[in-house]
Design a protein around this ligand. Structure first.
Ligand code: URA
Length: 364
């Protein structure tokens, strides 16, 4: 059952609702957003189904367009005055069950007043509304998303912290992995590492983190110090992290390649294959609830590995999406993000990354 119910009149606000839905599924799981009474199975009791669906939701969004209040049937009788009007049934049911009801005004509609409404839904008039305008759609939707998040018990996304003994075991397992990485003489990048006096970069952060970030490969600065994301893209990354109130010590940060490849080049398939078991073990040790990929290489690697339907999608299509997946230790989400380095050559993309980072708040 869906956690967010969108109630609307097709003739009144269909275009806005389609756009709203597309935005909401960027922030929430698609199955968590109920949009259409068309989804009700043929033959089932329409009213009961609607009431059950409303009962299961945590947030009820009543989209109100310019004709929402006045639309009439072919006999000229106002729909809202009819007991079987589905919008009236939905709203009445949500109010009766004390759901969080958020009126969302579109097409410059005004909030109905108490005396405009039939008694069954009159309390709707006292609910605080959010207005969606065409010009500021994304900004307005973000306000709505924040309200929904505030109301939804996000517990389902939260990680139960490990007990102190397990945490110590995780620290020890990461230490052991680092030792193996240091001695990985068969790595295709081993001789380049040693000839240049570089260090391998296993990653660092909270060994029991809820969020695991995977970038592409360590740059020169990272290889000189053996730490991930400490060069220019690391500065961007830190800023994005702090925009959602997180520090490095709250999350774990690693890369697809655990050594710096020459000449800033893209990772080669053989290199990815070599480090794959290391990255898998990092995931197994930390058991994050969300795997955040930074850039297209890490994204493609993970989506293919998990054999997810999005595995052939481009990053421009799926950045910021919450993609459900399963690992042996439980259900997780994959969130593909653009690489922070993108901001260094295209500063206007910082806002996109910032917005996408906001979605990670669900997990902390
Ligand atoms: N870019 C990456 O992908 N990883 C780092 O650690 C640094 C830059």
């Amino acid at each position: 059952m869906s956690r967010i119910f969108i109630s609307y009149r097709r003739q009144d606000s269909e275009g806005y609702v389609g756009r709203l839905y597309d935005h909401l599924i960027q922030h929430f799981d698609r199955n968590d957003v109920f949009i259409d009474v068309d989804n009700i199975p043929p033959g089932s009791d329409f009213v009961k189904q609607l009431e059950d669906t409303v009962a299961a939701c945590e947030v009820f969004i009543a989209v109100i367009g310019p004709q929402w209040l006045t639309i009439a049937d072919e006999r000229g009788e106002r729909r809202l005055d009819q007991e079987h009007d589905f919008v009236r049934i939905e709203v009445a049911s949500a109010l009766m069950q004390n759901k969080l009801v958020i009126p969302v005004l579109v097409g410059q509609a005004r909030m109905p007043r108490v005396y405009d409404l039939p008694e069954a839904i009159a309390p709707l008039a006292r609910r605080n509304a959010i207005e969606l305008s065409h010009q500021r759609f994304s900004y307005d939707v973000q306000k709505l998303v924040d309200s929904i998040r505030g109301a939804m018990s996000s517990g389902q996304f939260l990680k139960t912290p490990a007990d102190p003994t397990t945490r110590r075991q995780k620290e020890a397992a990461l230490k052991q992995l680092r030792v193996e990485l240091v001695g990985a003489t068969e790595s295709p990048l081993y001789s380049y590492r040693t000839e240049n006096g570089h260090f391998p970069v296993l990653g660092e952060g909270n060994p029991d983190a809820a969020i695991l970030f995977t970038g592409e490969s360590p740059g020169l600065t990272e290889a000189q110090q053996g730490r991930p994301f400490i060069g220019p893209s690391g500065a961007v990354f830190d800023e994005l992290l702090s925009s959602i109130g997180l520090r490095r010590t709250d999350v774990f940060v690693t890369n697809l390649l655990l050594d710096n490849p020459p000449e800033k080049r893209d990772p080669l398939p053989a290199e990815i294959a070599f480090y794959e078991p290391f990255v898998d073990r990092i995931i197994d040790i930390i058991e994050p609830v969300v795997l955040v990929t930074l850039g297209r290489f890490a994204m493609q690697y993970l989506l293919k590995k998990l054999d997810l339907p999005e595995k052939t999608a481009t990053i421009s299509k799926i950045h910021g999406k919450l993609i459900k997946a399963r690992l042996p230790y439980g259900e997780i989400h994959v969130v593909p993000l653009y690489h922070p380095a993108m901001v260094l050559y295209n500063p206007s993309q910082k806002d996109t990354l910032r917005m996408d980072f906001q979605k990670l708040k669900l997990f902390v």
